[in-house]
Design a protein around this ligand. Structure first.
Ligand SMILES: [Zn+2]
Ligand SMILES: [Zn+2]
Length: 148
């Protein structure tokens, strides 16, 4: 079962790193037309940018279906990607953006750092001058204790 755990972690880590890359170079690049809906105030519950979640979710579903019979690496990577998607939703969509008002501002230092790092990403609504493209890998500077 150690193999399962390794592939879950691989799937999870692959999402953070490919997500960082896709966010920085594609979403804030040629796919800005879609992603900008996430950087502008929106009146509707859904954003065009949610298509990316749908895409990553579909990749996870396909991997799980391909691997479900053998319970091989594809299955566990699909689980890892799903886990990432679930936590991404909870932290990014619920905790940071409060699309659902489930909890207040985080108090835990790691969650606070994620919160601040992603707020820094949203300080701009432009394509070119954004920072901090990952979610779970938080640069050290956001852990600094400061006022409030
Ligand atoms: Zn962005
Ligand atoms: Zn965001």
């Amino acid at each position: 079962m150690i193999k399962a755990l390794v592939f879950i972690i691989v799937g999870f880590a692959a999402m953070e790193f490919s997500g960082w890359f896709i966010h920085k170079y594609l979403m804030h690049g040629p796919l800005w037309m879609i992603h900008k809906t996430h950087h502008q105030p929106s009146k509707s519950a859904l954003e065009l940018n949610d298509l990316f979640s749908l895409l990553f979710g579909s990749i996870a579903v396909v991997l799980i279906l391909l691997g479900v019979q053998e319970l091989d690496y594809r299955f566990w990577m699909g689980i890892g990607i799903s886990l990432y998607g679930f936590l991404y939703f909870i932290l990014h969509d619920v905790m940071v953006h409060r699309r659902l008002k489930w909890f207040d501002r985080p108090k835990n230092p790691f969650l606070k750092a994620i919160f601040k790092a992603h707020q820094a990403h949203h300080r701009t609504n432009q394509k070119d001058d954004a920072v901090s493209f990952g979610l779970f890998v938080v640069p050290k500077e956001f852990f600094k204790n400061e006022e409030k």
